[in-house]
Design a protein around this ligand. Structure first.
Ligand code: ZN
Length: 69
């Protein structure tokens, strides 16, 4: 299969997952202990572990300032 110049990366995929919000991410951890995402452009498959999803949730909380409570 020919690979064209796709700009996707694991970090970019994590960024997209983060947009789903904390509740959705929590759901992924509970149901699948992680997440799998396929790039719609180059079909590269990225897998995030439960720990990585949990880190995203921590990031979201930090960004929204809830850690300050
Ligand atoms: Zn891609």
């Amino acid at each position: 299969m020919l690979r064209f110049d796709c700009k996707c990366s694991f970090n970019r995929m994590l960024g997209a997952l983060k947009l789903l919000g904390e509740a959705e991410l929590q759901d992924m951890i509970e149901k699948d202990d992680g997440a799998e995402a396929t790039c719609q452009f180059c079909a590269e498959v990225y897998k995030a572990s439960g720990n990585e999803i949990a880190q995203l949730i921590r990031d979201l909380r930090t960004e929204s300032g809830l850690d300050a409570l």
